[in-house]
Design a protein around this ligand. Sequence first.
Ligand code: TPP
Ligand code: SF4
Length: 522
Amino acid sequence: MAEKSASLAEVQAAELHKVEAHEVETNELVPNQVEPTSNHYAIAHSKSSVFYPEYERKSDLKHQTHYCPGCGHGIVHKLIAEAIEDLGVQDQTILVSPVGCSVFAYYYFDLGNVQVAHGRAPAAATGLKRACPDKIVIAYQGDGDLAAIGTAEIIHAANRGEKITVFFVNNAIYGMTGGQMAPTTLVGQRSTTSPWGRRPVNEGFPLHMAELLATLEAPIYIERVALSDNKNIMKARRAMRKALELQRAGAGFTFVEVLSPCPTIWGKDPVEARNWVAEKMIPAFPLNVFRDRKVEIPANNAPPHKTVAELVEGEKNSAGPPLPKHHHHFRQLDIKIAGFGGQGVLLLGQLLAEMGMREGLEVSWLPSYGPEMRSGSAHCHVCLSKERIGSPVISRPQVLIAMNEISLRKFAPQVARDGIIIYGREQLPENFNAPQAQVVCVPASDIADKLGSAKVANVVMMGALLEETECLSPATALNVLEAKVKNPALLELDRKALDAGRAYIDHTVAVGALTQADGFAQ
Ligand SMILES: Cc1ncc(C[n+]2csc(CCOP(=O)(O)OP(=O)(O)O)c2C)c(N)n1
Ligand code: SF4
């Protein structure tokens, strides 16, 4: 079997790459060659410069991929690499690799690489392409990845006409996980989860993804090709190249399905597997160009194209005179705000993030809430930073704003050493202890009630936060409230609530259960 696969690989290399074969008979090395190894073999053909010179996946064998002999993934990789090289787009290309046997594609392709969760490549590719429209974005997926767990992603990306290219490697089985039935497993084909062969009455019929996507209006190019013989491999080569050329021209959604051998799981040697593609897969999945046309998508409903900076600038201008400069005494401040749904927890986070943006900081806001619209638990993470934010998830907040006892007890242990907890009650509950942090009690709901509406308790807490930490300027808070709160009566209440929260810290602050005359937390 090893001998067969070696000769197959050589034949394909010679036919596909138009590369001179170099027998390593002398000690003179040509580019991309390596010296004979202790295993007594040497690479006798060159490879695309789109591949890394050495693969770091394994400490030894740095010129070998992890694919089994005769696996279609290796061939598809070569075809993609050569197309990218020929089109001269290596520096512009981002490859989104899936979960499956090809999960390690990023070890081989010297491109922008992103590896994503199972089935999510079209969604990730959508984000990448929209953020970087001048890049060539490729989603590379297996049949389990694309046609099972990722069915929704591929259909919707295709239906939206995302200007990405999807290479779909259909080997009719889950390779990586040891041979479970895939949506594309043939009728009668055995797998570990269809040990008697796939029976439509029990497992349904194979999914024909190319045909299915061709029912949608937006895709511009859909073709199914096969790695069954060299002639078909050359057709596959042309199809992949065409898809990438169309993307380079900004045309629209392109999709190439590749019927591909998986000798290992099919229990065949590479030549038998290739023949099986020809004899069994092609009749079940006919090769065809299912779509090749330009689609006119009306542009009149395109959203206004403004950068975040322009949008924020626009809001700033509409919200009055420029803000005074505020000194930020932190590099990054991580704040967690928690309470019941309906207490304005998420809104408070949004307001802080907006304020941070207006003060020129990098910001993120990440909400988390239960299914209930009222009374369920809700919390959010807010990062204010002078640098780009690595992750919006906060596991060790420096500041916790806890609007109720449950949130206090749940999140207080997470607060960083020397952090601050602002608790929205007059006193701490019994048996509460958070020795690593300072605790400031602010009876926000009572204060808000006295002002006329419990709704503004969150703004009382905002005032307390600003006064206690000086993280952002109160002038910015007012500026944001004025821009966001359209109801004049509520805006007036919010102003009072902001002042009341600040005044409480200044005059009556309670640290733990104790009132401190100086207004500062211990
Ligand atoms: C969310 C999630 N569910 C399941 C898995 C297990 N899993 C890993 S790869 C795979 C299927 C891969 O099959 P396919 O996409 O056909 O790729 P191949 O390995 O055949 O190239 C599955 C189910 C996972 N990693 N993550
Ligand atoms: S298990 Fe199949 S798909 Fe995976 S690397 Fe081996 S031959 Fe290729």
